[in-house]
Design a protein around this ligand. Structure first.
Ligand code: CA
Length: 294
């Protein structure tokens, strides 16, 4: 028994077989081998739903979606050194699943990032489609695209699908951290500004935070997809939407159904919102293009 005790004490105090060397700081200029990357699956780093350490103050959460291990590990290491809570995902499909649960299903157990660093060339679901999905959920979470694709067209496309910033590889870690801070500052300022309580158009009033709609002060019951279409319309009055655009924004990029689905939902909306659904005043058909709300 004495021998056993001594061995246990030694193993606790002197972990000779598992030395804890301080982590080496990775190189600060990060190159990309994106085109040659081998697709992998699974979640790197800690499990997504693992809670933060007990009693630790709430930290800003950053999600890193990147399939290149060297870049991913280096970015995670540097952000954690800056005090951020970081999770890393190396597969586009897993990232889509996280966004779907946190934004579409409002799953309170899903990890909710304050900032997303997003690679474009990812296994299974690419970064542009992920960005489109996040914005289709009316989420304003800041997104920084980190990509080897660095032409002007690439940048413009990235920003047009809803990214807030675009950084090309190779990149400097200090610049990445500075851009993250700037995006978070801007996001915080937006959060601090008083929000518009409702959207009004004629006899219709929509309350985004409460997922509620009224017509002439009377509550109207809408299905979730009907509500999303109407919110998109009311945020963009007089804009013409094609059926494909509505499918992408409301149903998401992975929806495989027919565009006639849009027509069916528009008919249901008209029946609930229009005084005379056969002569709609709010949701008008624009022949050859799609629909317009006014
Ligand atoms: Ca990649």
């Amino acid at each position: 028994m004495i021998i056993v005790t001594i061995v246990v004490m030694r193993s606790r105090n002197q972990p000779r077989n598992q030395p804890h060397d301080p982590p080496k700081r990775p190189s600060q200029i990060i190159q990309s081998d994106d085109p040659k990357v081998t697709p992998v699956s699974g979640i790197a780093s800690r499990p997504l739903e693992q809670p933060s350490p007990i009693s630790a103050p709430a930290r800003t959460k950053v999600l890193v979606v990147e399939d290149e291990a060297l870049i991913r590990d280096t970015v995670v290491f540097s952000l954690e050194e800056e005090g951020y809570e970081v999770h890393a995902i190396e597969d586009g499909r897993l990232a889509l699943d996280l966004f779907y649960r946190s934004l579409e299903q409002h799953d309170s157990n899903a990890w909710q990032p304050d900032l997303v660093i997003l690679d474009l060339m990812l296994p299974h679901v690419n970064g542009l489609d992920l960005c489109r999905f996040v914005r289709s959920q009316a989420s304003t979470i800041p997104i920084l695209i980190l990509s080897a694709k660095g032409t002007e067209t690439d940048r413009v496309v990235g920003l047009e699908v809803g990214a807030d910033d675009y950084l090309t590889k190779p990149f400097g870690m200090r610049e990445l951290i500075a851009r993250c801070r700037a995006l978070l500052r801007r996001s915080q300022r937006d959060d601090d500004e008083p929000k518009q309580d409702s959207l009004c158009r004629g006899d219709l009033e929509l309350f985004p935070e409460q997922c509620r709609v009224s017509r002439n002060g009377q509550s109207v019951s809408l299905a979730p997809k009907e509500f999303k279409i109407l919110e998109l319309f009311m945020r963009n009055p007089n804009r013409v939407w094609s059926r494909e655009q509505l499918l992408e924004r409301v149903w998401g990029p992975d929806f495989m159904g027919d565009s006639k689905t849009v027509d069916v939902h528009i008919r249901w909306l008209r029946e609930k919102l229009e005084v005379d659904p056969s002569h709609p005043q709010h949701i008008q058909t624009v022949r050859g293009f799609g629909y317009r709300f006014s």
